[in-house]
Design a protein around this ligand. Structure first.
Ligand SMILES: *Cc1c(COP(=O)(O)O)cnc(C)c1O
Length: 221
């Protein structure tokens, strides 16, 4: 078995009750593992690499909702805009504009989340709080007719210190809430935070979308 079924069935039940969307992070995992979860009824899968996502998308059923969660280079956007369900990792205006441009070419409106930098590590991509506020205060977003802003995504620090991670999630929830008020849009309703190590804390702090890989598919090599 390539999937931890017991864990999956347990969290599915819990997430259904709490209305939390589970994105199964299948990066580096084989097609067969995805199929196994698909056969249990799962449809939301997350990938980090464009080429890997393209290959998997071509081999798997068309009703899978593919979430792109890795750093996305502008020159690769066009490979995924024809089919991607949600780009969660938009970390610059330049990238947002490119998604808009390529989505237009595919005659689509692509759903996106803005990635916000909340962790202590320097290396994580994303907007900071000030940039988010500026963006939502300005008019730049109004011109982008082929992207739909659905919410925010963030990653907590890579640490065992759950108090630290909890604080970071609280910060992101606050940014999310004020953006929601500012935008005054029902479409802006998704807060993607939490992975295998911290999804419980994330849900306690208001997450409604979690991205879980290793607890479902085993550790990545
Ligand atoms: C890999 C990855 C995950 C899943 O991580 P796990 O610890 O395996 O659950 C979640 N979110 C992002 C952005 C990732 O890159």
């Amino acid at each position: 078995m390539l999937v931890n079924r017991t864990f999956y069935l347990d969290i599915q039940k819990e997430f259904n009750e709490k209305q939390v969307v589970l994105v199964a992070v299948s990066k580096t995992k084989p097609i067969e593992a995805i199929k196994e979860l698909y056969d249990l009824g799962h449809r939301d899968f997350g990938e980090n690499y464009v080429q890997e996502l393209e290959e998997k998308q071509q081999q798997l059923p068309a009703d899978i909702r593919w979430h792109y969660i890795g750093h996305l280079q502008t020159n690769k956007v066009r490979y995924i805009t024809p089919f991607v369900h949600l780009v969660q990792s938009v970390d610059s205006i330049k990238l947002l504009k490119e998604i808009n441009k390529q989505a237009q070419k595919s005659d689509r409106i692509v759903d996106v989340l803005l990635q916000v930098h909340i962790a202590q590590e320097e290396t994580k991509f994303g907007f900071d709080e000030t940039e988010i506020k500026e963006l939502f205060g300005g008019t730049e977003l109004n011109e982008l007719k082929h992207v739909r802003l659905r919410g925010l995504m963030g990653m907590g620090s890579l640490t065992e210190d759950m108090d630290q991670v909890r604080k970071e999630f609280q910060v992101l929830k606050q940014i999310f809430d004020s953006a929601r008020v500012k935008l005054n849009s029902n479409e802006f309703n998704t807060l993607s935070m939490g992975m295998s190590s911290d999804y419980k804390v994330a849900i306690e702090e208001g997450s409604n979308m979690v991205r879980i890989g290793s607890l479902l598919f085993g550790a990545r090599s």
